[in-house]
Design a protein around this ligand. Structure first.
Ligand SMILES: Nc1ncnc2c1ncn2[C@@H]1O[C@H](COP(=O)(O)OP(=O)(O)OP(=O)(O)O)[C@@H](O)[C@H]1O
Ligand SMILES: [Mg+2]
Length: 422
């Protein structure tokens, strides 16, 4: 259940002489008055009473007062909170009369409800993160953002490498006429040897012809009687002549040239292979870059989906690119009254047990906005104690010279604690 302030009595704190207020349970209690009358001093007193010593004003005791500050707050859960006496010690009593302390108050008093300007001074990111924490998606969104920025950085590096690689590959020379594979000298030599072997065979055939011719001549000289033999040999001779005519030697010239130029060719082959590899490399990095882009888009979509599904404390609130927005506007583009409304809604949601919030300087809302804001507070079941430089009808009370205007003035020199209490 949300805890509210039922009653409030302040004496001799800062500008306040003596003030008693019974704020409305839901909606606005406007503490009005001219400048320097003690309005903000009232809020400072509440913060000090409920928030602990870190909210103690630097000059807490009202100047000119011979009495120390006296704060008395009754809360809707029955707790009575007091600060009084020489040291302004805190005293908390529960409805059964048991003593309690700051720790109990801290359970339901939201620090930012006592000090809304602190929230308003948060950076844009901090405000957004507070909202995300409230709606319970902070961790998930934080994780998504962490992933996004990690992949984003990776992609940037990969993109730079991809560009360099592409440029590098482009600058490399390419020889379209060079073979695909490096040429091996031993292959060429082997081919050469095979040709030489075939040529050797030709040579042998030529020698055979020569031998036959010799035989023929020899036989011609001697032999009539060997005519038969001569004819046979003549036949052979004819055949041999024919086959000799078809014989053709292959040239090893090209191979010889290749052997001489082997280094040149292989240089080109290697250059081509290097270029192919570089291009492949560049494409590989480009592919990685595109994959990372797809991941970033997925994460961004996941973030949008995450927020779409969350329940926000105020309609129109959102987080876009890590910044808090209201009705599409970032903090610095929101009107002052919207900033107050947004802050109140977020701070309210931070600790739903805290049913009140303190709002200083509400004069930045015009009367219509103020009314609308009051209605929203009522609808939210939130109690707001606010100050406003005004003495108009919208004010619940008017503070004048540290008193509630029109209230019976307490005799200020009379001690409010019993003698011998300290
Ligand atoms: N301990 C103190 N004793 C007496 N006066 C003090 C003390 N501390 C601050 N003041 C005075 O209180 C005045 C401010 O009080 P407070 O801030 O409550 O006024 P306010 O009504 O909120 O004024 P504004 O409309 O300008 O915001 C200042 O003039 C300041 O000098
Ligand atoms: Mg003020």
């Amino acid at each position: 259940m949300s805890i509210k302030i039922n009653k409030l009595e302040i004496e001799n704190v800062k500008r306040v002489k003596a003030v008693k207020i019974e704020p409305t349970q839901n909606g606005l209690t406007v503490v009005g008055g001219k400048n320097n009358q003690g309005k903000t001093s009232i809020l400072d007193s509440i913060a000090w009473a409920l928030g602990g010593d870190k909210y103690r004003p630097s000059d807490a005791t009202r100047e000119g007062s011979i009495l120390p500050p006296n704060l008395h707050i009754v809360l809707s859960n029955g707790l009575v909170v007091e600060r009084k006496g020489k040291n302004s010690d805190l005293k908390v009593l529960d409805p059964s009369g048991n003593k309690a302390g700051q720790q109990l108050l801290n359970e339901f008093v939201e620090q930012l409800a006592l000090d809304l300007p602190k929230f308003m001074e948060y950076s844009s990111k901090e405000k957004a993160n507070t909202l995300l924490k409230i709606i319970g998606v902070g961790d998930k969104l934080f994780e998504l953002e962490r992933q996004e920025s990690e992949i984003y950085n990776r992609r940037r590096t990969i993109g730079q490498i991809a560009d360099q690689k592409e440029k590098f590959a482009k600058e490399m020379t390419y020889f379209p006429e060079a073979p695909k594979e490096p040429v091996s000298a031993s292959d060429l030599i082997k081919q050469q040897q095979e040709i030489l072997a075939r040529n050797g065979e030709n040579q042998r055939k030529r020698q055979n012809l020569h031998q036959l011719e010799q035989d023929y001549n020899h036989i011609n000289i001697q032999l009539q009687e060997l005519l038969n033999k001569q004819r046979a040999i003549e036949k052979d001779l004819e055949i041999a002549r024919k086959s000799a005519l078809d014989l053709q030697d292959e040239s090893t010239e090209e191979l010889e040239r290749n052997i001489t130029d082997i280094e040149g060719i292989n240089r080109k082959v290697r250059a081509n292979l290097d270029k192919d590899k570089a291009e492949e490399d560049a494409q590989d990095y480009k592919r990685q870059y595109d994959e990372l882009t797809a991941s970033i888009n997925d994460i961004r979509q996941a973030k949008i989906d995450l927020l779409k599904g969350a329940k926000l404390p105020l309609e129109g609130l959102n987080v876009e690119d890590g910044d808090l927005t209201y009705k599409g506007f970032k903090w610095d583009n929101m009107s002052g009254s919207d900033q107050l409304k947004v802050s109140t809604a977020i701070v309210r949601a931070l600790n739903p047990d805290c049913g009140f919030v303190l709002l200083d300087k509400l004069e930045q809302m015009d009367l219509d906005t103020l009314k609308e804001f009051g209605q929203w507070l009522e609808q939210e079941g939130l109690q707001a104690i606010a100050t406003r430089v005004s003495t108009g009808d919208e004010c619940s009370i008017i503070i004048e010279d540290g008193y509630v205007a029109g209230a019976e003035i307490i005799e200020e020199e009379k001690p409010t604690w019993k003698a011998g209490e300290f």
